[in-house]
Design a protein around this ligand. Structure first.
Ligand code: PLP
Length: 428
């Protein structure tokens, strides 16, 4: 078998290759459904690009102030059309997802206002942004308070608690779509829509922001289709399609997005400034490729869950669950197994494949962290990557893959490394 021999070059044994093929035979219907969603989202992106008459002039680099940057301005119209919003801010000057969320929050909350998370604790890095953990320049330092309604023990929304927490000062509600590194489930867009409707019924003028990181193009609808005033994310995750080397986006109402632009640059300047530095081709083409890239990452996540669950490891989401983001957690149960898993992912990479990942004491974490990433864009997690804190339950979070075939190879190599180390067994 040609393909089997090819995999052997990477150290994947014929037995592991065949185990993968057997798993795949059971996944065809789900892969077909993912392809159909990708086809739908491809058409959505394409239609937005055609409507806005994208042409070569939009790919020109600008420098300096970036006044009259037609490529940048048009890209923002394209994003607004893709997410069905009035406006969008899509910029290389937004350095990462946390920065995009910070801009959205700090632009739309004033001293005396309260921010509410109705879905439990937010993503780790937002703790300092909000001031849950003390930090210079946190929202808290500026007189913005924070309230939180935790999820019920089954992961559902605690509507009574949420109603109780909404008060006269509640200005903005933040909903995180993906579970991130928490153990709760990720939310479907439909669930988020119901939550938005509930919050707006309790307080009609409240604004809702959705942290959309890792969720873009996983479904046909986005939270902005169901009432979110802002959706926010990173361009080195899903919507950058692997090509954007930096950046973030905020799509939403004109009112909210204009404030975000004033916050990002300066009051009065707003969206008028901000040179594109030659990144427009990557931003447009990355968005164009994103639905397909996300489909590949989703297939990889489902394949991983099936490979590992059948071998006796618990997976979140499990092998058969619907997907609402591209993240796959696999509970490996030991430090050694986490290291072996990450070694396999690293060894499958196009970049830095010869590097051996080691656990290290990363600033801001209370345990050592291991990471595998051999990416074209540093830190990009739409590219095949895995990481996790070395502590009970010893779970790795696995995501990305610019192509399904690469994700497949990485997963097979990770499993092979566990087998080689005697930390897993091939199911009969
Ligand atoms: C990645 C992520 C962020 C933060 O993005 P960075 O680009 O790492 O700053 C915020 N929220 C969620 C849910 C994420 O997955």
């Amino acid at each position: 078998m040609e393909l089997e021999n090819m995999y052997t070059q990477f150290g994947v044994s014929p037995a592991v290759y065949r185990y993968g093929e057997e798993i795949l035979r059971g996944l065809q219907a789900r892969f077909d459904a993912i392809d159909q969603t990708a086809e739908y989202n491809q058409a959505k992106v394409l239609f937005a690009m055609q409507k806005n008459r994208v042409n070569a002039a939009h790919f020109a680099a600008t420098t300096g102030y970036g006044y009259n940057d037609v490529g940048r301005d048009n890209l923002e119209r394209v994003y607004a059309d893709v997410f069905h919003t009035e406006a969008a801010l899509v910029r290389p000057q937004i350095t990462c997802g946390t920065h995009a969320l910070t801009v959205a929050l700090s632009a739309n909350l004033l001293p005396g206002d309260e921010l509410l998370s109705p879905v439990g604790a937010p993503y780790d890095t937002l703790e300092e942004v909000i001031g849950i953990r003390e930090s210079k320049c946190s929202l808290r330092e500026y007189g913005v308070t924070y309230a939180q309604a935790d999820l019920k023990s089954d992961g559902s929304f605690d509507l009574d608690a949420i109603r109780e927490k909404i008060n006269s000062r509640t200005k903005l509600i933040t909903i995180q779509r993906s579970k991130g590194y928490a153990t709760r489930p990720s939310f479907s867009v439909a669930q988020i829509g119901e939550l938005i409707a509930f919050c707006k019924q309790v307080k009609p003028d409240v604004k809702v922001m959705v942290d959309n990181c890792y969720g873009e193009f996983v479904e046909r609808l986005e939270p902005s289709d169901l009432g979110a005033d802002m959706v926010v994310g990173s361009l080195i995750k899903n919507p950058g399609g692997g090509l954007a080397p930096i950046g973030g986006y905020i799509c939403g109402t004109k009112e909210c997005v204009e404030r975000c632009a004033y916050r990002l640059s300066a009051p009065g300047l707003g969206q008028e400034v901000g040179a594109n530095l030659g990144l427009m081709p990557a931003f447009y083409q990355g968005l164009f490729l994103s639905p397909t890239v996300v489909a590949g990452a989703l297939k990889g996540a489902i394949f991983a869950a099936n490979i590992y669950e059948r071998a006796g490891f618990s997976c979140i989401p499990n092998a058969s669950e619907d997907r609402h983001d591209i993240i796959q957690a696999v509970t490996l149960g030991s430090r050694e197994a986490m290291v072996a898993f990450c070694k396999g992912i690293q060894a499958a990479a196009p970049v830095d494949s010869y590097v051996t990942p080691e656990p290290w004491a990363m600033p801001g974490y209370d345990a050592e962290v291991i990471m595998a990433a051999g990416a074209f864009v540093q830190g990009s997690s739409i590219e095949l990557s895995a990481d996790g804190p070395i502590r009970d339950p010893y779970a790795v979070y696995f995501q990305g893959g610019l192509t399904w075939y690469h994700a497949k190879l990485g997963i097979l190599m990770s499993f092979q490394k566990l087998l080689n180390a005697g930390l897993a067994h091939l199911p009969a």
